[in-house]
Design a protein. Structure first.
Length: 248
């Protein structure tokens, strides 16, 4: 299983870093988690088969995680007429708004039979012959708005993608502390203020049961802060840059 880090910046693009987008590759099939940067452009630039995208998962409805979704859907609908991909969004209102926006851009007669817009629910979300995907509810957005982490299992490997988290990490997925993973992709933005970590957050990260953590959603200075504590962590860490590919 390969993890393509397409966009690794925080809530806005930075020089050489776009907003959050992740592409998983297994056995010639692809799965998208968040679309803050253009997944279709990345795949075209790297000769990856856009039509082999089987599912798209949005962790939450912030623009830096969903902003290029309509572009990806347009490409799948218009230029890949046989493409089939389930599209999972965390809010019913988001699905309704997306349909309105697609129609406003003249993508009428949306092909629900091959590109269905579906509501993410906690627990088992998706499975095919290549992967199984489960959703874990987090608490990133205040109020009655859902956000999710995702567990992906395939090729005998287990991957956790935490999605965005709150600054004190009270919603760091409990499963990361209880079950073993081959890799965790975790954001590195909100649990630090100024240029230091909020008390207790590093201790929670240290307790993660994984072989490696790949940090993304990088806030300026956060990578330097993490390097200062790298030697205290009981696993390998990587600070992701746009275009990095990790294989597990």
């Amino acid at each position: 299983m390969k993890i393509h880090l397409i966009g690794t910046s925080h809530g806005a693009p930075e020089k050489n870093r776009g907003c959050t987008a992740i592409l998983l590759e297994t056995q010639g099939q692809y799965y998208v988690i968040d679309t803050g940067s253009s997944v279709e452009k990345y795949m075209m630039d790297n000769d990856l088969d856009v039509e082999a995208i089987n599912a798209i998962f949005i962790s939450h409805m912030h623009e830096d995680h969903v902003g290029t979704l309509t572009g990806l859907l347009k490409v799948l609908k218009t230029y890949h007429g046989t493409a089939r991909a389930n599209v999972y969004l965390p809010e019913k209102e988001g699905i309704e708004a997306l349909r309105v926006w697609l129609n406003a851009m003249h993508s009428i007669n949306w092909p629900e039979n091959r590109l269905p817009l579906l509501l993410t629910t906690e627990g088992d979300v998706y499975s095919d012959e290549y992967v199984k995907v489960s959703a874990v509810k987090t608490d990133h957005i205040k109020g009655d708005f859902d956000s999710f982490a995702y567990i992906i299992e395939g090729e005998g490997k287990r991957l956790l993608i935490t999605g965005d988290l709150t600054d004190d990490l009270h919603d760091y997925p409990q499963v990361a502390l209880e079950e073993d993973f081959d890799a965790v992709v975790s954001e590195l933005c909100h649990y630090r203020k100024g240029f230091g970590f909020i008390p207790g957050t590093i201790e929670k990260i240290k307790a993660t049961k994984t072989k490696q953590i790949i940090f993304t959603h990088i806030y300026p200075g956060a990578d330097d802060d993490m390097r200062k504590v790298e030697d205290t962590l009981p696993f390998e860490i990587h600070i992701a840059n746009d275009g990095d590919i990790f294989e597990i």
